[in-house]
Design a protein. Structure first.
Length: 447
């Protein structure tokens, strides 16, 4: 980059950041006796309003710290504002990061290790649900704390549809073999056109998440932590899962199912709530949406069905938003004090459960009492306690998600066989992972 372009780049960056901070409406100076810490968060709308209310509660209670919030969205592929702010020497003091991003941000040295601060303020990884803690560790160090835990997923079944089909007494399927039979019985046609489908296995919140869910259900592995290798293409459980997903595309017709599902939306137009899909993967936040937009919906929530030979559900995995300290933070100590409060306090835990339905990642949160009083939330809480997996903790997660998306799509569309698609996803992601790990001395040294 030429000198002139470099100057223009940083002038533009400073202008952008100044404009962003102007939107906060926050006073430029700290209240007496307090230091201001800048915190970037990813939530617009009602969730953003609730988070601001929660932070106001912290600000009112703290004698030494004042949090100044800024809404800055990020996702697995869009984090440039943060990286630019770090390069320019003006990062926030702490920022939210989606769990699968943590290892990548750590590998890029965009976030600071927290182990010393955790020891100083008396907080340990063992106090968080296992997958929540593991998703924040890379090469022996901890780079974030998990704020909210997403138990992925519950299995929803529409009681009204089951009753109409004469299946209400048998309830939700427990195994995949039962699911296959029930799905056929619940799929309906009129004049040769599909009017209802029992279940869509690749509709578990996207192709990649579907692949993870069913791959683990079949006892598969996606990543070897000891050798730092992607193994989805050579694992028999993952291959069996994709073949099972493909069996639905073969039986019902992928294009026909896709045409049937076109036009469905969320909220009031949710196809499960409308009885167009009899059974579906359920996220904990769906409970609040159904209560708001479909208050009369009669549905059940149970653990996911599993292959009969497995004997139990192995599909459960965890996601969740985390919070980290960017490299160059000017007030890391104050930032960590806020992070600890946010991730472990009863006030923050209650806010999650009451407003969004998500759960604290902190095992000892008193707020879990609220979840146990609600029949639907209690199901997710039980799932939370048995969770076994998190998406592979390695610094090419966004790339891997894209590769798995393409693999599932190619198989469902008949472009590639499951074996070909998974091997291609493995090879492509490994190449990207090796490129990223070069800066850490290569792969093979373990997590």
């Amino acid at each position: 980059m030429s000198k002139a372009r470099t100057i223009l780049f940083f002038v533009g960056l400073v202008a952008v950041l100044a404009g962003l901070y102007a939107l906060t409406g926050a006073p430029p100076e700290a209240p007496p006796g307090k230091v201001i810490i800048d915190v970037w968060h990813p939530w617009p709308g009602d969730q953003g309003d609730e988070f601001r209310r929660l932070v106001d509660e912290f600000n009112a209670a703290s004698d030494s710290i004042q949090v100044r919030l800024l809404y800055v969205p990020n996702n697995l592929s869009s984090n440039q504002k943060l990286f630019l702010s770090i390069s320019a020497g003006c990062p926030p003091d702490c920022t939210f990061v989606d769990g699968p991003q943590v290892a990548e941000w750590a590998a890029r040295r965009a976030v600071e290790p927290l182990d010393d601060l955790m020891a100083a303020y008396g907080i340990a990884n063992e106090e968080f649900w296992g997958p929540c803690a593991r998703q924040n560790q890379f090469r022996g160090a901890t780079y974030a704390l998990t704020y909210c835990a997403d138990p992925n997923f519950a299995f929803f079944w529409n009681r009204e549809v089951f009753e109409e089909a004469g299946l209400a007494e048998q309830g939700a399927p427990r195994t995949l073999e039962e699911l296959d039979r029930v799905s056929r019985a619940l799929t309906a046609y009129e004049d040769g056109r599909m009017t209802r489908i029992g279940f869509i296995p690749w509709n578990v919140f996207g192709y990649a998440n579907s692949m993870f869910t069913w791959g683990w259900a079949f006892g598969g592995r996606f990543y070897d932590y000891e050798t730092e290798r992607i193994v989805c293409g050579e694992d028999p459980g993952v291959l069996e899962a994709l073949n099972w997903m493909k069996s639905y595309a073969d039986e019902y017709g992928f294009q026909e199912v896709s045409s049937f599902a076109e036009g469905f939306g969320d909220q009031a137009d949710n196809p499960f709530a409308r009885g167009k899909i009899a059974m579906a993967a359920g996220h904990v936040t769906n409970i609040q949406l159904f209560r708001k937009y479909s208050p009369g919906l009669d549905y059940g929530a149970v653990p996911f069905p599993y292959p009969e030979r497995m004997g139990s559900d192995h599909s459960v995995w965890m996601g969740g938003w985390c919070i980290a300290i960017p490299r160059g933070s000017r007030r890391p100590d104050a930032a960590f004090q806020f992070m600890k409060w946010l991730c472990t306090s009863e006030e923050a835990g209650r806010s999650m459960i009451v407003t969004t339905g998500t759960f604290p990642a902190y095992i000892h949160s008193p707020a879990f009492e609220l979840a146990q009083r609600d029949d639907k939330l209690a199901v997710f809480y039980e799932i939370l306690k048995t969770t076994q997996h998190q998406r592979p903790v390695m610094p090419a997660q966004a790339y891997f998600m894209g590769a798995l998306d393409r693999a599932v799509s190619d198989v469902l569309n008949g472009i590639e066989t499951p074996e070909e698609a998974l091997m291609q996803a493995q090879a492509e992601t490994q190449k990207e992972l090796d490129r990223v790990l070069e800066g850490w001395g290569g792969r093979g040294t373990g997590p």
